[in-house]
Design a protein. Structure first.
Length: 297
């Protein structure tokens, strides 16, 4: 049996965990074909099939499951050993992989990430944007960003930004033609632009005032998962839009959009950086956590 290459073993664990060549390739920043070639080499070296491949799925064989179980802690120890060298550097080096929702990527990260990278030039940040909640460890991320109602109990959470809120907006031309709702239930009398998440759901619009909570399911001519299209449609006068205030702030400042029902839309706690509780934290993640904590003081 030929001695397997460590890089090929790492490629196998990535594919076996994600059960997808494309998914593993996206996380590794390489091509799916290079991972496929690494798997072919590894199986040839070992003389054993490790993965069952079909056009629709990739699943480990029994031998693959056993190898994955032994390799996972072993490769983690290798990563830990290499990462400890960072303690001897003036500034850490390495890759920081983050999974964040769209609102954070558009509101918080455009200012935060450039300043972090300027302070730590040896770190490369890879940001994956998706609104669906994922298991950050299983998916190969160092940390994730979510709002507090979506955090798992066994995670460490660090506030990433201050309070945020939703606003309901439309164009001045729309309000001139259709009038302004003065109560949340009047939203049902207006065409609305809706957002559909990756899960296929489209959440109700929620309003709160003096302890009273009102949820409405508005209807309208457009439903999409594109925030840019939603905002453009609202500016074009297509209907009302509920959006994070930070995502429409420039359009409001420029007068292209105006808000309504402000007294029914109080702020809520901002997003949290969350990561698994463990004794050793990779140096790039530790640097980012320290940076975020310093920002919040």
């Amino acid at each position: 049996m030929a001695q397997p290459d460590l890089a090929d073993l790492d490629a196998f664990t990535a594919v076996a965990r994600t059960r997808s060549f494309r998914g593993a390739a996206a996380l590794r920043g390489v091509s799916a074909s290079s991972l496929s070639e690494a798997l072919r080499r590894l199986e040839a070296d070992l003389g054993v099939r490790l993965l069952n491949r079909t056009t629709r799925s990739v699943t480990p064989t029994e031998a693959g499951e056993r190898l994955l179980a032994r390799l996972t802690p072993a490769l983690a120890d290798v990563t830990l050993a290499l990462d400890e060298i960072n303690a001897f550097r003036d500034s850490p080096i390495g890759v920081l992989k983050l999974n964040v929702p769209g609102a954070v990527s558009q509101i918080v990260f455009p200012d935060l990430i450039p300043r972090f990278l300027a302070a730590h030039p040896g770190i490369r940040v890879e940001v994956s944007v998706e609104d669906a909640f994922v298991d950050v460890l299983a998916a190969g991320y160092d940390a994730g960003v979510r709002y507090d109602e979506r955090l798992e109990k066994d995670m460490i959470a660090v506030p990433l930004a201050g309070p945020q809120r939703f606003v309901v907006v439309a164009s001045p031309a729309y309000f001139a033609k259709h009038g302004r709702p003065t109560h949340p239930r009047e939203v049902l009398n207006h065409p609305c632009i809706r957002h559909r998440f990756a899960s296929g759901t489209s959440y109700a619009w929620e309003f709160e005032k003096d302890g009273e909570v009102i949820r409405v399911q508005p209807e309208g001519p457009l439903i999409t998962n594109s925030g840019e299209l939603e905002i453009a449609a609202a500016e074009a006068g297509l209907g009302l839009l509920a959006k994070f205030e930070g995502m429409v702030a420039s359009a409001i400042a420029a007068g292209r959009l105006e808000t309504v029902l402000d007294d029914w839309l109080p702020p809520f706690s901002g997003p949290y950086l969350y990561y698994p509780s463990r004794r050793h934290m990779p140096a790039p993640l530790r640097a980012f956590v320290d940076f975020v904590k310093a920002e919040r003081k």
